[in-house]
Design a protein around this ligand. Sequence first.
Ligand code: B12
Length: 312
Amino acid sequence: MTSTPHTQSEISLSIAAVERETGIAKDTLRVWEKRYGFPQPLRDASDDRRYPFDQVQRLKRIRRLLDAGYRPGKIVHLDDVALDDFLDSVNYLSKTDVMPASSVQLLEPMLQLIETHRDAELRETMQLQLMRTGLAGFVHDIAAPLTTAVGEAWAQGRFEIFEEHLYTEVVTNVLRRNLEAVRRTDSDARPKVLLTTVPQELHGLGLLMVESLLTLEGCTCISLGTQTPLSDIVRAAAACDADVVALSYTNVHSAAVVHRSLSDLRQALPGQTWIWVGGSCASLYQKPLQGITALNDLGGVSALVASWRSAQ
Ligand code: B12
């Protein structure tokens, strides 16, 4: 079967797809439409909203400004030129304040390799960096900030989705290969950590980074990859005799979803099985449950392992 490719101006998304793509809730989109006159979706034959591609792109920019602390009333009504002015100042601040100049210098050449689709050179550059810094240094100084930078570049329209996929393939490949080289063969090393994500969470790079660090800490890691149904996580934890279940949530979920899945899992797992949670959504997990530890970054992984070992 062949299909005619759509041009970007012909593409339109449903409200659910826009929510997924931008992280802006459906109700909020409807409220903004009434209150600020933007977005202005078209209607399909069933009178459902359809959001044209350019409006979705503008919504992504608005989302970035909201994340940077702007209020909707100040930015939702703005046109692309005005939004770009605000974004320039946010990008300037985030580059200079959040990412040290040395990091920008290190990452920008790799971003350019992604942009020009030189995947073999990217793989080679990453492998060289890894040999210089070791696996842990590579995870902290390259893989984590570069992944965030790739997400930013995509949100700003610098990268296309396929370029993000290309990057994901290369970094996954480099991490996996080097992780296998340090994995121990005795599977008795404790803690035994089962790693996965819940259904709807397709992002697995954070998990792979944690797996690398945990393996270097001498843990036994069993990764199920992404999207394991909760009942299967519970069965796998029992079958593998896991001491810890480690989960990763990026910011595609609402606080309610994160909290519900964690409390369901906490109830279903035996009390002695610890749960470690990370990823950008971990900060949404605000009502801590006993036996669950949430981390926003990779800096605390050694301390997590040490606290499990000292409790035995
Ligand atoms: C790669 C990527 C993809 C790949 C994933 C492939 C793969 N095999 O993983 C693909 C192409 C599949 C993808 C799909 C989508 N993506 Co995407 N993706 C990304 C990207 C670039 C990296 C994601 C990632 O791996 N992050 C992991 C790390 C780097 O981030 P982290 O969550 O902050 O975690 C850190 C720590 O907390 C720690 N950590 C993580 N887990 C754990 C666990 C434990 C136990 C511990 C201790 C620590 C820890 O490690 C990390 C490193 O510091 C991000 C950009 C970003 N900034 O994250 C977008 C991003 C997450 N994606 C986004 C979107 C919109 C999507 C899609 C909806 C797009 C679409 N139209 O299909 C889908 C949704 C899929 C879904 N339902 O989950 C948005 C989410 C926006 C929002 N809602 O707020 C982002 C933020 C991009 C953006 N800037 O807009 N994506």
